[in-house]
Design a protein around this ligand. Structure first.
Ligand SMILES: [Zn+2]
Ligand SMILES: [Zn+2]
Length: 263
């Protein structure tokens, strides 16, 4: 038996043990339709059955090179969409895994508002999609920075969903890409739930919400390469605000944003 086979068996043994422990606490059911999942499915794509996975709509290859909004069509030529064309965003670009409509929205809702923290493992797998963008995958190292949650909201929910996603992203880093988790931002003010606000109010409401943490690490030579992570990117304003604060606070080489969903 050669070495790589032994290694992969070892990994799957660890995955099986982990699964049996997690499965004891959270039975392996599809989070969307409650169909029981086979143990191999649960290891591959946790908490989501194949039909429900097929109901998610990937962003695909035809998306805005700035805000990441997906469009129907087949051309993969770079373009900037009219939704963000008239706006100054402080991020260089955003990439999302799936479109916000449909099954994905319900899953993210369960994760955040249903406090189903274990679903972070599912979103970690779904986030693999974002590496299709060569601007992400051809950069050898990134600092992964979660969008912070206000202390009070954090206490209510028990976790920051973006931080959970950041951990999964780092854990599943593609080979050859060095990802490290950095908490660089804090949220200084709470705000109204965005769903209640229209777009204009949302832009005003988000200003001065973020600040750098008190002890920022030194950026590496040439500036930090930052990957902001959020569960959903809607207008791009939240990640842009975060990016603007970071650009004021440290030397930056580039800032991209990734999310599970593009709302
Ligand atoms: Zn299902
Ligand atoms: Zn756009």
């Amino acid at each position: 038996m050669n070495e790589p086979v032994a290694t992969s068996r070892q990994v799957s043994r660890i995955a099986r043990i982990r699964q049996s422990v997690v499965g004891w606490i959270y039975p392996p059911l599809c989070a969307a339709c409650e169909t029981p999942l086979s143990s191999s499915r649960q290891i591959e794509v946790p908490f989501l059955c194949e039909p429900c996975e097929a109901a998610l709509t990937p962003i695909g290859d035809h998306y805005c090179r700035v805000c990441g909004q997906g469009f129907d069509g087949t051309s993969s030529l770079p373009f900037r969409c009219s939704n963000c064309g008239d706006r100054e965003l402080a991020i260089d670009f955003a990439v999302s895994a799936f479109r916000g409509a449909g099954a994905g929205k319900g899953l993210v809702h369960q994760f955040k508002y249903g406090k189903e923290r274990h679903l972070a493992r599912l979103f970690g797998v779904l986030l693999d999609e974002v590496w299709r963008d060569v601007r992400l995958s051809e950069t050898p190292s990134w600092w992964v920075v979660p969008v912070p949650l206000h202390r009070r909201r954090h206490r209510e929910r028990g976790f920051n969903q973006s931080h959970e996603l950041a951990r999964e992203l780092v854990r599943r880093a593609p080979e050859g890409i060095n990802l490290t988790l950095h908490q660089l931002l804090r949220r200084t003010r709470e705000r109204e739930r965005q769903a209640r606000l229209d777009r204009k109010e949302r832009l005003v409401n988000l200003s001065e919400v973020f600040a750098p943490v008190r002890r920022l690490p030194d950026a590496p030579p040439g500036g930090a390469r930052i990957l902001l992570i959020d569960d959903v990117i809607t207008t791009g304003t939240t990640v842009s605000e975060c990016a603007a604060v970071l650009r004021q606070s440290m030397e930056i080489d580039r800032i991209a944003a990734v999310s599970v969903l593009r709302g």
